[in-house]
Design a protein around this ligand. Sequence first.
Ligand SMILES: [Zn+2]
Length: 268
Amino acid sequence: MKITQLSDTFLPASARAIRRVGAGRALRTAALPAAAHLVPSVLVLGQWWPEMAPPLRALPGGLCRWRGPSTGRPEVALTFDDGPDPSTTPRVLDLLDEHEMRATFFSSGERVDRFPDLVQEIARRGHEVGTHGYYHQRHLFRAAPQIVKDLEAAVAALERLRPSIRPRHFRPPYGQVSGGSIMAAHRSGLDMVLWSAWGREWADRSVDSVTERLLSHLGPGAIILLHDSDGSAPKGTADIAFEALKRILAELGERRMKSVRIADLVRN
Ligand SMILES: [Zn+2]
């Protein structure tokens, strides 16, 4: 099944089912969660697309996005996953301030509950706070109702903050977009965002090659994946990402490009 077919057939059906029987009941029925898992093996490929020059920027309706629109504006979106982390996020915030760049932080709900002040600080400095789910668990092979519940808990953690943060964007852990992820995002009113450039700093210990990999996809509209925490990655991942970030920011300056929040990147 092609992704375009998927968006035409699966999504309206799930949305209709939810409207018809009510979200709670829809999720309790066996049929819909089962149907939701017909699609993960297709969409999970999305996480590999940066290496394959993706033909699509987004699924219709912005349900899952890999890049910004083709506006020609000299903008990219730096994004940071797995935080916040008091030992590694503040230096990222300071560096971004120094370069007058804005970014999006996909926070884990359980970390939002542990470090609420740091989440507020991220927002206060003008960055977007998105959600990475409550627990950092793979969506592939996970039942749809579990994913829905996890995402609702993640959104609730941000909404409990004072001032409250209402996230607009969601990045599933490991970039695994399953049918359950689509249902959960739809139910919580969030758009899913993956990325078009990654350094694989969790697997590659060389700052040079991480940076090179990122630079090779650093055109206008790029969505750049980095990590501001070792919370769900091998120790040292955030250090490698930070060193690569310094070089990426310098390069953006050279090219007279800006990093903006995802919400700003996707505006028309
Ligand atoms: Zn993650």
